[in-house]
Design a protein around this ligand. Structure first.
Ligand SMILES: Nc1nc2c(ncn2[C@@H]2O[C@H](COP(=O)(O)OP(=O)(O)OP(=O)(O)O)[C@@H](O)[C@H]2O)c(=O)[nH]1
Ligand SMILES: [Mg+2]
Length: 304
């Protein structure tokens, strides 16, 4: 049988559930997830097989109105993901569409952007329908259909896995003929060092609040294979001010200890081996202005 293979970009406002959906479609954790907006910073590829079709899902950072340099780089990379894709899924948090909500405004702006890309195969995914009434959803479906952008609308719960298979089937049927780009059993295309840094960043997003997640970045500095089959991973958590460093460390080092434990447990699961994780906190006021960090996470550095 002929092989099919293509890219499907997943775009949407921050917190819509893009990364949760990619993980559900791929069947394992390839992208980090948190209740906070702007968790994803760079496009991540998750790979799924549907019969003879290989689908490369591209999880992207949420599209919003960017201010900081890092935000601009994230938004640019999200649109670039859509540009290169064979199919696009716009994912919308169905519970957060009140007229003036930031998510609704971001979604409206993305819709306008999609109208300029009408040649793309595009579907709408209304997410988080668990706990919502069908009768509240139907007007939404009609409203989005009327935009004339979408071939199809899906009502799903990425968290519960509801109707995720329908989305996968739609995407699969729109992939072009072509040889697979990855081995059949590969689920993610992200270097281990970067994945390890992302896992620690997820724990920071889950444990710390206010501006701290946004003021921090994680880099893997050292990856040392040990003779006993385990691996030693040294990571630096960058923050922008001394006060933030104190918060990440916590009283008597409690906070960083907890972050380290959570990250190590998950890394051991992901890599299927023992992990010795060492975390260091450094103040680097300008990490978000440093082109090296962008290169490290695979983003283009916006010149201004
Ligand atoms: N109730 C419910 N919550 C969901 C669902 N899908 C995702 N979530 C939650 O929504 C939050 C955001 O999910 P993410 O997958 O990180 O969202 P995202 O669109 O990737 O967010 P950014 O990367 O910040 O743009 C998390 O707390 C998820 O658990 C769903 O189907 N139902
Ligand atoms: Mg995400």
């Amino acid at each position: 049988m002929t092989q099919r293979c293509g890219f499907c970009a997943i775009i949407g406002a921050p917190n819509a559930g893009k990364s949760t959906l990619v993980n559900a479609l791929v069947g394992s954790k390839v992208a980090i997830v948190s209740p906070k907006v702007q968790t994803t910073r760079m496009p991540v590829r998750g790979i799924a097989m549907a019969g003879q079709t290989q689908i490369i899902f591209v999880d992207t950072p949420g599209i919003f109105r960017p201010r900081r340099r890092l935000d601009r780089a994230m938004v640019t990379s999200a649109w670039a993901g859509a540009e290169e894709a064979d199919a696009v899924l716009l994912i919308v948090d169905a519970t957060d569409l009140a007229d003036k909500s930031p998510a609704a405004r971001d979604t409206a702006a993305i819709l306008e952007g999609l109208k300029d890309r009408k040649d793309k195969k595009t579907a709408l995914v209304l997410n988080k329908i668990d706990g919502m009434k069908r009768t509240d959803l139907l007007p939404l479906v009609e409203k989005f259909h009327a935009e004339g952008v979408f071939e199809d609308v899906f009502l799903i719960s990425a968290l519960k896995g509801e109707a995720v298979a329908d989305v996968a089937a739609w995407v699969a049927s729109r992939m072009p003929e072509g040889p697979w780009l990855y081995p059949e059993d590969q689920a993610a295309d992200i270097p281990s060092r970067l994945l390890a840094a992302e896992v620690t960043r997820e724990k920071i997003y889950l444990r710390l609040h206010d501006e701290l997640p946004y003021a921090s970045a994680v880099e893997t500095e050292k990856w040392e294979e040990r003779k006993d089959g385990s691996v030693r991973i040294d990571q630096v958590i960058y923050v922008q001010r001394d006060g933030q460093k104190a918060i990440v460390l916590g009283k008597g080092g409690q906070t960083i200890k907890k972050i380290g434990e959570l990250a190590r447990t998950e890394l051991e699961q992901l890599f299927g081996r023992r992990v010795h994780l060492f975390l260091f906190v450094k103040v680097r006021e300008d990490w978000a202005e440093n082109s090296e960090h962008y290169k490290e996470i695979g983003l283009d550095f916006p010149r201004e």
